[in-house]
Design a protein around this ligand. Structure first.
Ligand code: SF4
Length: 376
């Protein structure tokens, strides 16, 4: 079983914190859809005939695609790829300002059965600080409308740690989603990425930088509030009510194969990674010439081990010692993990090394300590 990711590289406006690949001009949308159809055709053998278990439209803002665009893309997918006989997870990332009742009904008539809604906050102050294209009323209304037409499988993105987000607002954002019984939450700490508008504002002094202590307090509150409401904290940024995990994201963390289609999309086939050019015009031009515009890297044993540690430690399942042994790094890992077991940031459950609650604050640093280099 494998996954398919489609990157739709258009947004209405640029959020100040965002460093994803997108364009705010929609002029090339039709040419982009044609290029994506061509790539789906040219890459039909990439997954070696494995059936698709999950499809994920990310971006960018895939909710800018019209019904006709989606129909064409699904037609190409079902023509070129075997799909799981039942229970496929098909997610579309959507922004609240696109999710009108009409749009939601349209989406309901496609194979999409899961919406990932980019709410980020229910506070106008936060939304303005982030330069989001929607307002708080639209965020609330689109969730209620999606639920009323039968989209049960909803996930909502929130951002915490912003200097504009008070602790009270953060608590209100979470309690709103809990009361709406949203089955899955993805909560990300605001980070100031280089070359973004936010980085520029922080440098000029017109925006306050992210305060680590403020962000850590909101992360701690998030973990407690989510647990109280019955969510499992199954990955550092992801929380699910029982049986509502994201199967697509879990497949990345479990090292399953996936094909990424569209500019800047990444693919992984178990041995190598490849990534498409992050430029809309260059991507379209290349597909017009029936050439796949990617760079490829064959993973070394060290890279495969490091990736496994990085992703495994972020999840509730942790890092499995037998898998680490298979990768050839058993003694390196067990020696490196000793201080973290002693200081209580890690725990050992059978063959699985996991982060404890205090370790989750330090996930990236602990993973970095356990990484191998080519001398190991
Ligand atoms: S809508 Fe999403 S992809 Fe587009 S700019 Fe905002 S955060 Fe980035």
């Amino acid at each position: 079983m494998a996954g398919l990711y489609l990157h739709i590289p258009f947004c209405k406006q640029a959020c100040h914190y965002c460093n994803f690949h997108f364009s705010t001009s929609l002029k090339q949308k039709d040419a982009m859809v044609a290029a994506i159809l061509q790539e789906l055709h040219l890459q039909k053998d990439y997954l070696g005939g494995e059936s698709l278990e999950t499809i994920y439209f990310g971006g960018g803002t895939p909710s800018l695609l019209g019904k006709h665009d989606l129909d064409l893309i699904f037609e190409a997918i079902f023509k070129h790829y075997p799909v799981a006989a039942q229970n496929m997870e098909v997610t579309l990332e959507a922004n609240p300002d696109d999710l009108t009742p009409l749009k939601i009904n349209e989406l309901r008539s496609t194979p999409i059965n899961r919406l990932s809604i980019g709410v980020q906050s229910f506070s106008e102050t936060d939304l303005r600080f982030m330069n989001r294209a929607h307002n708080a009323a639209e965020a609330l209304a689109c969730i209620q409308n999606a639920q009323s037409v039968g989209f049960e499988n909803l996930t909502v993105d929130l951002i915490y740690g912003s200097p504009s987000t008070s602790h009270q607002q953060w608590a209100e954002n979470l309690s709103t989603l809990v009361s709406l019984q949203i089955p899955h939450l993805s909560c990300y700490c605001l980070t100031v990425e280089p070359k973004t508008a936010l980085a520029h504002q922080v440098k000029k002094g017109t925006a306050r930088p992210v305060d680590d202590e403020h962000a850590a307090q909101q992360f701690e509150y998030l973990m407690e509030a989510a647990q109280r409401a019955g969510y499992e904290h199954y990955e550092i940024s992801n929380f699910a009510l029982p049986d509502w995990h994201s199967r697509h994201n879990a497949s990345y963390w479990q090292g399953k194969k996936y094909l990424g289609v569209g500019p800047s999309a990444h693919s992984y086939n178990g041995q190598s990674r490849q990534w498409n050019v992050a430029n809309n015009a260059a991507y379209i031009r290349s597909l017009l010439e029936e050439t796949l515009p990617f760079e490829l890297e064959t993973l070394t044993p060290v890279q495969r081990y490091n990736e496994y540690v990085m992703t495994g430690l972020r999840t509730v399942w942790g890092c499995n010692l037998l898998k680490i042994k298979d990768l050839g790094f058993e003694s390196h890992f067990t020696e490196g993990a000793k201080p973290f077991l002693l200081d209580g940031t890690m725990e050992l459950d059978g063959e699985n090394y996991r982060l404890t609650k205090s370790g989750k604050f330090l996930a990236d640093g602990i993973a970095a300590e356990l990484f191998a280099d080519s001398g190991n």
